[in-house]
Design a protein around this ligand. Structure first.
Ligand code: 5GP
Ligand code: MN
Length: 326
């Protein structure tokens, strides 16, 4: 952490990069760094090589986020690329091309992190990357106001399921409290993320429930969305990111999986576990990564059914093995 703080102090032009398929913690981490570093007089560019899900558009800083094309067009020449909430270079899209060319630092909380930068601070005991961002910004002497506190708080709330998941430990509550004391507004975040649904999402979810299947004596639940289903309901993958945790909330379920054909023949596998199944390990075995209780993988060149046929029997076997051991 000290090295990253030093590198940030020395840098004048900072490119802050988040991951593809960005979530609340990632957008929070990118925008908190962006906002705070800019106020310190640095030139900062927030960058994510993916569309930002529409629910986040009410954050005014979101419009400043560039993708790789925007970065190239801007002519910005960073002296430091700070990467947040990212476990491996394939997760930053085309920004991976810069890794060998500029000084790089990463702040990450993934158990499956693979070192790929000059400096790295990786600690999977943090529920959210935003908590690590908070510590860096405090070291840099950032001044918090309502805006920065709310941006920073968003990551803690989203990655801990609004302080409900097992990663919502004392430290997460304390960090959240600190940010609320500094003006952070939890209700603004919960309204934006939890109570901001389109009717089309409910209709799509209804079809997802129709297609849902249980396996391994109810320990596993899964469903899927094809491109056709997204089109039929006028939805995109932005609209279905919350479905997997809804499935996990079914009584007795240990693992929930959503197979989502986010682009033609590009299936995103999104997985959540409740109490004991280690998804980080399992996700690695199918080419992805993540945390113990939330992990994923992106599989290209296969149909939804082909990916289901590849993943489900493997998961059932692993679940049954673990139950036998327990
Ligand atoms: P989600 O299911 O919300 O897409 O992702 C859950 C967690 O798994 C996130 O922490 C995310 O970083 C990780 N994850 C999702 N997809 C991938 C992937 O394709 N590769 C890796 N390495 N991690 C992923
Ligand atoms: Mn995260």
């Amino acid at each position: 952490m000290e090295e990253i703080v030093k590198a940030l102090k020395e840098a004048n032009k900072v490119l802050v990069v988040g991951h593809i398929m960005p979530d609340g913690d990632d957008i929070s981490s990118v925008l908190s760094m962006y906002t705070a570093l800019k106020r310190m007089g640095k030139e900062v560019m927030p960058a994510i090589d993916w569309n930002i899900p529409w629910i986040f558009e009410e954050l005014e800083e979101v419009k400043d986020i560039v993708d790789y094309d925007g970065f190239i067009e801007s002519g910005f020449k960073p002296d430091l690329m700070l990467i947040v909430d990212v476990s491996s270079p394939d997760r930053i899209g085309r920004f991976a091309e810069l890794v060998e060319k500029v000084k790089t630092a990463v702040v990450d909380h993934h158990q499956t992190h693979q070192k790929f930068t000059d400096y790295s601070w990786v600690d999977s005991t943090f529920g959210a990357c935003a908590q690590m961002v908070l510590r860096i910004l405090e070291k840099l002497g950032a001044e918090y106001d309502e805006k920065l506190a709310t941006l920073n708080l968003m990551g803690i709330l989203t990655d801990t399921g609004f302080l409900r998941y097992p990663n919502a430990d004392v430290r997460a509550f304390k960090d959240a409290t600190k940010l609320v004391e500094r003006g952070g507004k939890p209700y603004v975040i919960s309204r934006m993320i939890l109570e901001n649904k389109r009717l089309e999402q409910f209709k799509l979810f209804s079809e997802v429930l129709d297609k849902m299947k249980m396996e391994a004596d109810g320990l596993l639940v899964y469903s899927y969305i094809t491109q056709e289903m997204y089109k039929k309901h006028n939805c995109t993958s932005d609209d279905s990111s919350g479905f997997v945790s809804e499935l996990r909330s079914i009584r007795g379920v240990e693992v929930a999986v959503m197979f989502m054909e986010v682009e033609p023949k590009h299936v995103h596998v999104s997985m959540r576990s409740r109490e004991w199944f280690d998804l980080a390990e399992f996700a690695k075995s199918i080419g992805g990564g993540g945390h113990k209780r939330a992990a994923g993988a992106s599989i290209e060149g296969k149909s939804v059914q082909e990916v289901i046929d590849m993943v489900v029997p493997k998961l059932v076997e692993k679940l049954q093995q673990e139950v036998g051991v327990k």
